[in-house]
Design a binder for this molecule. Structure first.
Ligand code: ADP
Ligand code: MG
Ligand code: MG
Ligand code: MG
Ligand code: MG
Length: 605
């Protein structure tokens, strides 16, 4: 796996000096792949999910649940099967940013949607069992988007002092970053170096009855900012001061498309679905030990990995840098890439004109050329000394380097030349859910959405500016209850620009006279398809879960976690999520995953 190679990263200064080199060759590599693969057809539908897990060490007598920094030891055992028998490995395991995280995927992609929908959940259950084999008796693996006390004092096992060098973080020690794969520390260090100024990531604390007005943490804010906080009496914030936010877990799904055009269509059509699914999967209301005003990880990570300089953020006139870049590298997409999509691109896209020209001259279709010229306004964040010089005809690392550090809500994945891996689209916004039942439900729902989009030729596009607005709303506390979202309410008419503001309930379950609803659409697709009774029944369970979440009849993980904290006997209504509450919460989550605890408000049973 090139992407995760254990090489020697160059210093930031050297990486920066070689940035143009990486881009220049990355672009050539892209053009080579494009020319080799643009006509690739992949009749077989293949697809698969990725789940990120956290390893937690429980201490029953002390009542603590800390992240266990053993993921590399565990990963080594997990990967043995793949190393010995890559063809038959049941799962593939990969490192992740946190030294307490691992990522697992099926060993082979699923094939054919309806046929394989019923294999998704068992595959997830088996994956979890597989990790459990290598845990110590006091450890558990949970699928929790945010560890509630991440970057609090002594949040790990073994405990670490809060001093640090890569990230210069006051809160997040280096040793909590995966150190076996130097890529992660290099990302952390280089993001900060590139950015140049300090981070002030502030997540508003959810004000509860007894929340104190000044929370005791001390931050080195610029003076004007402190004043601003006081005069406007903004409520309290919890802060991150580094790339720590990469230590969250998520759920992703990748679909192979029939050809490039289908991939472009899917990429576009899934983009406006992202904020809706982000709100439905919301699972991270607690950060750095406080209940906060947000339900999701997305914007936090977005700020944590925001390597733009002051000039690029538009705070200083451009002198050293070339572009004002409106978005972080981790953000919602900037533009649609299908031919139908172009008229919804209402936000100017920053792109590198020289590269655009070169791509067009090489025969790359314009929307794709613009997409790549946009991704290529970024510098590489990490460069391994072993990878500086590459044969552009044979290698793709420089292209991958830029592509894989553009963390957008959907990603267009290119075919791998000389293999049967075709054009793919990755759906990236979802927060990981507590149980495999829920994760399977969302993965299957998204898979079915891709099928109805393609079979019914649906058009969910709305202007990009509205997708951006939806992304903001989707992460608010209780967005499902409180927010409306822009949605194309006439998806059957490809020319329709009927953008209506609807609740998630209306989008998912339908609104009389306006929109039939995504679930009724999926159901009519299922009814029109020959499908085994058993499959239909399980899918029905999945759809009922999502329908219930949308209507508010069931809680999102975020809202369940909030109520768990607020009804904990030791909660002081001061927004603080203590070690003890965290211990009980994670124990409860483990019981949910094991099926030994029931939460009808979360699952309907
Ligand atoms: P990344 O981390 O780059 O997003 P991963 O390899 O971790 O990629 O996960 C990719 C997902 O795509 C896995 O679930 C895998 O099973 C699935 N997958 C693999 N090959 C294909 C393919 N040809 N088409 C669609 N999905 C695939
Ligand atoms: Mg992956
Ligand atoms: Mg991952
Ligand atoms: Mg992925
Ligand atoms: Mg990845």
């Amino acid at each position: 796996r090139k992407e995760l190679a254990k090489g020697s990263p160059l210093s930031w200064q050297e990486t920066k000096q070689k940035a143009s080199h990486v881009r220049k060759h990355g672009l050539k590599q892209f053009i080579n792949i494009y020319n080799k693969t643009k006509d690739t057809r992949s009749p077989a539908l293949k697809w698969g999910d990725e789940i990120e897990y956290m390893i937690i060490a429980l201490d029953q007598s002390a009542k603590t649940a800390h992240v266990s920094l053993r993921s590399n030891e565990i990963l080594e055992s997990l990967q043995r099967e793949e190393i010995e028998n890559p063809e038959t490995a049941r799962f593939l395991w990969r490192p992740e940013y946190g030294a307490y995280m691992v990522e697992g995927t099926p060993g082979k992609p699923y094939s054919g949607v309806l046929k394989d929908l019923l294999t998704v959940e068992p595959c997830m259950i088996q994956r979890r069992k597989e990790i459990q084999k290598y845990l110590k008796s006091n450890e558990i693996a949970v699928t929790l988007t945010s560890y509630p006390r991440l970057a609090c004092p002594f949040f790990s096992e073994p405990p670490l002092p809060q001093e640090s060098s890569s990230s210069k973080s006051t809160f997040f020690p280096d040793m909590a970053i995966n150190h076996m794969y130097p890529r992660y520390r290099a990302i952390t260090f280089n993001t900060r170096e590139r950015r140049g100024d300090d981070y002030h990531i502030r997540i508003p604390v959810m004000k509860d009855q007894l929340t104190r007005n000044s929370i005791t943490e001390v931050f080195e804010f610029e003076e004007e900012e402190v004043e601003e906080t006081l005069t406007e009496s903004i409520p309290n914030f919890v802060c991150y001061d580094s790339v720590d936010g990469m230590g969250y877990c998520c759920l992703q799904v990748t679909f192979q498309a029939f050809n490039m055009d289908e991939a472009r269509t899917l990429y576009d059509q899934l983009a406006p679905i992202c904020p809706i699914l982000l709100a439905l999967t919301a699972a991270s209301p607690v950060h750095r030990g406080f209940l906060t005003g947000t339900d999701c990880r997305w914007n936090i990570i977005s700020q944590c990995v925001d390597c733009r300089t002051k000039e690029e953020r538009g705070l200083e006139p451009l002198s050293r840098d070339r572009f004002i870049i409106p978005k972080s590298r981790y953000d919602s997409i900037s533009a649609y890439i299908s031919n139908e999509g172009s008229r919804y691109n209402d936000v100017p896209v920053v792109l590198n004109d020289h590269y655009l020209l070169e791509l067009l001259e090489a025969g790359v279709e314009e929307p794709i050329a613009r997409h790549i010229a946009h991704l290529f306004v970024r510098d590489p964040l990490v460069l391994f000394s072993e990878k500086v010089d590459q044969e552009d005809e044979k290698e793709i690392d420089h292209f991958d380097n830029i592509q894989s550090t553009n963390w957008q809500t959907v990603r267009l994945k290119l075919p791998l030349p000389d293999t049967d891996v075709g054009w793919r689209v990755e759906f990236r916004p979802c927060e990981v859910q507590i149980t495999d039942f829920e994760n399977a439900a969302f993965v299957c729902f998204i898979a079915l959405l891709t099928r109805i989009i393609l079979s019914y030729k649906l058009n969910f596009l709305i202007p990009i500016s509205k997708v951006d607005e939806n992304m903001k709303r989707s992460q608010e506390k209780d967005a499902i209850k409180n927010c409306k979202f822009y949605f194309n309410s006439n998806p059957f008419d490809s020319d329709s620009d009927e953008v209506t503001e609807m609740t998630i309930n209306e989008i998912i379950n339908g609104k009389d006279g306006y929109f039939s609803g995504l679930i009724p659409l999926v159901e009519s697709f299922l009814n029109a398809t020959e499908i085994e009774a058993e499959t239909h029944q399980r899918l029905h369970d999945y759809l009922r879960l999502i329908s219930g979440r949308a209507s508010g009849e069931l809680q999102t993980a975020a809202s369940w976690i909030r109520s768990f904290v607020r009804s904990h006997p030791s909660y002081k209504f001061d927004s603080q999520v203590t070690e003890e509450i965290t211990y009980d919460l994670i124990t409860a989550i483990n019981q949910l995953e094991q099926g030994t605890r029931k939460e009808p408000l979360l699952y309907g049973y």
